[in-house]
Design a protein. Structure first.
Length: 315
C-alpha cells in the first residue's frame, strides 16, 4: 500500500523533525510504502531549511516551497497535485494531529470502501471559548447547508482515496469544505473517525477568531457554487424574470387605473408606486443580465494559476 502524507505548514520549524520521525515510525511499523510531502506556505523562519535537511536524510521526504504565503487551500492543492499514493493523508504540522491514527484511516479507505474519512477531534486541548463556540456554530451551519453529516469539518487530519484529491478543486479558503467539495464531485461515501487531539507543543496558532467569519462567508459561497455554480442563469435569470414581471404588472395596473378607473386623478409619474414599479423592473433586468454575464464568464474563464512555487524537492 502506497501512502502520501500531505502536510501544509507555515512557520513550524520546531515541530517538523519530530513530526517526520513520528510519521516514519508509524509507516515503517505498518510496512507502508510512503511519501511525506511538506508544503511550505511562505514561512519566514527556518522551516524550509529543516525540510531540506530531512529530504537529504530521507528519500521519502518531498518538499514544495511557495514564493509567498498563498494560504492553506493553495498548499493542499499543490500537495494533491503531486501526491502519487493510493491513499492520501492530510494533517497539520503543529503536532496536534496524531500520526498513530493513520493505519486505521487507511483501512477505512481501502477495506471499508470510503471515498474520504474526516477526523473528529471530540476531545480538544485548545477548548477556549473563542474557538469552541464559533466552531460548534460553524459545524452546525455546514451540516445544515451541505447535507454532509460531520461533527468537525475543519479537522486537518483526513484520509482520501487518490481519485478524490485528483478530481476536486481546492481554492480560496475552501480547505474547510473539502468534504462538501467531494460530495459535489460525486464522492458521496464520506466517513468520520474520532481522532486524538494533542495540545500544541511549539509556537502559536496561526488562526484567530476571524477565520470563523471567513468560514461562514465561504460557506455561503460554496452553497451558491454547489447549487448554481454551473448554471448562474437559473438563479439570477429566475429572480430577474420574477422581479421584472412584478414591476411590469404593477405598472400595467397603474396605467389601466389612470385610463379607465380614475382618469381625473394624479398623473402616474406623481405616484410613488410608479417609481417602486420602475425600480423593480430595472433591478429585475440587472439580475437577468448578471445571470447572462455569469454564463459567458463560466464558459470563457482561463485556467489561471493560484500560487507560485519557488522550489521543489525529490519530485
Amino acid at each position: 500500500m502506497n501512502i502520501s502524507v500531505v502536510i501544509p505548514l507555515l512557520n513550524e520549524q520546531e515541530s517538523l523533525k519530530e513530526l517526520h520521525d513520528w510519521i516514519a515510525k508509524v509507516m515503517q511499523s505498518n510496512r507502508f510504502s510512503y511519501e511525506i510531502i511538506f508544503i511550505d506556505d511562505g514561512s519566514t523562519d527556518n522551516s524550509w531549511n529543516t525540510i531540506l535537511k530531512l529530504s537529504k536524510a530521507d528519500k521519502h521526504v518531498k518538499g514544495i516551497r511557495f514564493l509567498k504565503n498563498f494560504g492553506k487551500s493553495q498548499a493542499l492543492h499543490a500537495g494533491f497535485y503531486e501526491a502519487s499514493g493510493d491513499v492520501v493523508i492530510t494533517m497539520d504540522a503543529d503536532l496536534q494531529d496524531n500520526p498513530e491514527e493513520i493505519p486505521e484511516l487507511v483501512s477505512m479507505i481501502t477495506k471499508d470502501g470510503f471515498d474520504m474519512v474526516s477526523g473528529w477531534k471530540k476531545k480538544r486541548y485548545d477548548n477556549t471559548f473563542t474557538k469552541n463556540l464559533p466552531s460548534k456554530l460553524f459545524n452546525w451551519a455546514a451540516r445544515k447547508t451541505s447535507g454532509v453529516k460531520l461533527h468537525d469539518f475543519n479537522c486537518g487530519l483526513k484520509a482520501y482515496h487518490i481519485n478524490v484529491v485528483k478530481n476536486i478543486d481546492v481554492n480560496g479558503e475552501m480547505h474547510r469544505y473539502i468534504p462538501v467539495l467531494s460530495k459535489n464531485a460525486g464522492f458521496t461515501k464520506i466517513g468520520e473517525k474520532v481522532v486524538k487531539h494533542q495540545a500544541r507543543k511549539y509556537g502559536e496558532t496561526k488562526f484567530g477568531i476571524d477565520r470563523f467569519i471567513h468560514g461562514f462567508l465561504d460557506l455561503i459561497t460554496i452553497w451558491f457554487l454547489s447549487r448554481f455554480g454551473r448554471r448562474p442563469m437559473h438563479l439570477f435569470g429566475a429572480l430577474g424574470v420574477i422581479m421584472f414581471a412584478i414591476g411590469f404588472g404593477f405598472s400595467l395596473y397603474l396605467g389601466l387605473d389612470k385610463l379607465f378607473l380614475n382618469p381625473s386623478g394624479r398623473l402616474i409619474t406623481q405616484k410613488p408606486q410608479f417609481y417602486i414599479a420602475l425600480a423593480t423592473m430595472i433591478i429585475g433586468t440587472q439580475f437577468f443580465v448578471a445571470g447572462f454575464l455569469g454564463e459567458i464568464i463560466l464558459r470563457t474563464k482561463p485556467n489561471k494559476k493560484r500560487y507560485l512555487v519557488k522550489d521543489k524537492l525529490n519530485f
